[in-house]
Write a protein that binds this ligand. Structure first.
Ligand code: CA
Length: 228
């Protein structure tokens, strides 16, 4: 069964491009170009995911999101924000957005975020354990435990979140910016150096030879890639 996505965006060109892109990926897409009709649609029909622009005529994205959550709708919400509007992210997070993407974005980035959100909500709905195994490492994200060769490892919260993100995007290159935004939400004082340091810690704990990592690869100038 294909997932249903509602796109609420007022730029006609973007609506067209995204609708085509998402349909080509096998999603069932509906769209609205203002906040009032977008909210009405989201309340009327069972969507799996909402792509919600912040700046919209009628009601803005925050108002739409607030009303949706007030009505008890827990569908996944991915907000589209302008690049510089850090405050948008903070407000949106408080209102219950699940993820953010700054305009302009790469289609591949949007698709990766959508897949991750749908996977996450599906897991939540099924109450399934989220376990992952690679080489001699076992990860249980529900219990927050990691072991290597049967020996439990002490992991900090951010290390687990980073590992989870890498595993969910395994095989794909993820940039430092993406990691900063998704794992750290750009908290004050966090720099791309933070990402590198946490990657180094993960390698220290998980790799047989941290100097020659087999699972967490660096792509110089691009980012990181996790390979099971
Ligand atoms: Ca807009």
């Amino acid at each position: 069964m294909s997932h249903r996505i509602l796109l609420v965006e007022d730029e006609p060109g973007l609506v067209l491009t995204l609708s085509d892109l998402l349909s080509a990926e096998g999603y069932q897409v509906d769209s609205a170009t203002d906040g009032v009709s977008g909210l009405a649609l989201a309340l009327a029909e069972p969507f799996d995911l909402l792509i919600l622009d912040v700046m919209l005529p009628g009601k803005n994205g925050f108002e739409v999101l607030r009303e949706l959550r007030q009505q008890g709708r827990d569908l996944a919400v991915l907000m589209l924000t302008a690049k510089t509007q850090v405050v948008d992210r903070v407000v949106g997070l408080k209102l219950g957005a699940d993820d953010y993407l700054s305009k302009p974005f790469e289609p591949a980035e949007l698709l990766a975020r959508i897949e991750a959100l749908l996977r996450r909500t599906r897991k939540d709905a099924a109450g399934a354990t989220s376990q992952f195994r690679f080489a001699d490492v076992e990860v249980d994200f529900d219990r927050g435990t990691v072991s290597k060769n049967g020996q439990p490892l002490a992991m900090a919260g951010k290390e687990l979140q980073l590992l989870r993100f890498l595993i969910e995007h395994r095989g794909n290159v993820v940039s430092r910016d993406t990691l900063l935004e998704s794992v750290w939400q750009y908290h004050a004082g966090v720099s791309s150096r933070t990402v590198d340091v946490h990657i180094a810690w993960l390698r220290q704990k998980l790799e047989d030879n941290p100097q020659l990592p087999r699972h967490i690869h660096t792509l110089r100038g691009v980012g990181y890639r996790f390979v099971p």
